[in-house]
Design a protein around this ligand. Structure first.
Ligand code: BDR
Ligand code: CA
Length: 309
């Protein structure tokens, strides 16, 4: 099994990513670290615990809290996307009995990576604050991690918060810059370029059958789909974070190209933009494997197969 740590700001799609990771049966989830993002750190943590309780995994997978704000900026919640609670109103009557693990997420990441040198995949589906803190404290970490998969950015297309910035990059661009420039030997960017193509439809939800998990997916995505419909005229929603988990499970789902990528941090209009040097104008060494294409149907099949009753 692949050893992974998931770093989340749970969030409707983060929750689906956790479900995929656990239900795939192919991942040994060493822990889930939480961070400020879609919702507050406390809410993201609570949501993560609820999802593990839904899965019956609350005794088996540790949840560790991390940063409660970006490195240098104020929080930027997305309640209009994920609902006030972050789970689109689903599981609202579930009480949280699971205990979180003491310590800071960034230290947990370091500790686990050192315990399993060369084996741990970090799947980051939130602002990159926790990992930036970890590499700032322990720069040698980059040589001990197996690989880093980041859901974030967009290299050819428009943003989803500002005209140019994707949410996870926009919220903590300084952290993203630190992570991109840290020198990880293998860092894959699963950006909007591909996640926008990984669409979950109502038909897919029906294919999940009838189970607590299927009902949860239906309920939590209802408003998320409504928003998508209002914008795009199609009843569906993008599985941003689950696709990052999918890529961690199976690289064949995507085509990647190796480029130098950096993040804008000092612009009035473009903060959080991921700038990809397609033509190597800057003569810098490539640092990011950018996903350019995805086999969306294959990914959706993997997702449905894992979550089906
Ligand atoms: C990303 O931003 C968040 O709203 C989602 O959870 C996902 O991680 C998509 O841009
Ligand atoms: Ca997320």
């Amino acid at each position: 099994k692949k050893k992974v740590i998931l770093d989340v700001d749970t969030g409707v799609d983060d929750a689906l990513g956790i479900l995929l990771a656990v239900r795939s049966g192919e991942m040994d989830v060493l822990g889930i670290t939480t961070v400020n993002g879609n919702v507050s750190l406390d809410q993201a943590t609570k949501n993560t615990c609820k999802i593990l309780q839904l899965l019956g995994m609350e005794e088996k997978i540790a949840v560790v809290k991390g940063a409660d704000k970006p490195l240098m900026r104020a929080s930027h919640f997305e309640h209009h996307v994920h609902g006030n609670d972050g789970l689109g109103g689903a599981l609202s009557d579930m009480s949280v009995h699971m205990q979180t693990t003491a310590g800071h997420a960034s230290d947990f990441i370091v500790e686990q990576v050192r315990k399993h040198v060369g084996e741990v995949t970090l799947v980051m589906t939130a602002p990159l604050t926790n990992l930036a803190l970890a590499v700032m404290k322990h720069p040698d970490l980059i040589h001990q991690v197996k690989e880093v998969i980041v859901m974030g950015g967009v290299v050819q297309g428009f943003g989803n918060v500002t005209p140019t910035a994707e949410y996870n990059m926009y919220v903590d661009p300084e952290a993203a810059k630190i992570v991109f420039q840290a020198g990880f030997p293998s860092l894959t960017l699963v950006g909007l370029d591909v996640t926008r193509k990984a669409l979950l439809t109502e038909e897919h939800i029906r294919e999940l059958g009838d189970s607590p998990i299927a009902r949860y997916v239906q309920e939590s995505t209802a408003n998320y789909m409504k928003r998508y419909y209002e914008r795009n005229g199609v009843r569906a929603c993008a599985l941003h974070d689950p696709l990052a988990v999918g890529v961690a499970l199976n690289k064949q789902l995507v085509t990647t190209r190796h480029y130098y990528v950096d993040v804008e941090t000092r612009s009035e209009l473009c903060d959080g933009q991921t700038v990809c040097d397609f033509q190597n104008r800057l003569s810098k060494e490539a640092n990011v494997h950018v996903c350019t294409e995805v086999s969306a149907d294959e990914f959706l099949q993997l997702f449905i197969h894992a979550l089906r009753a």
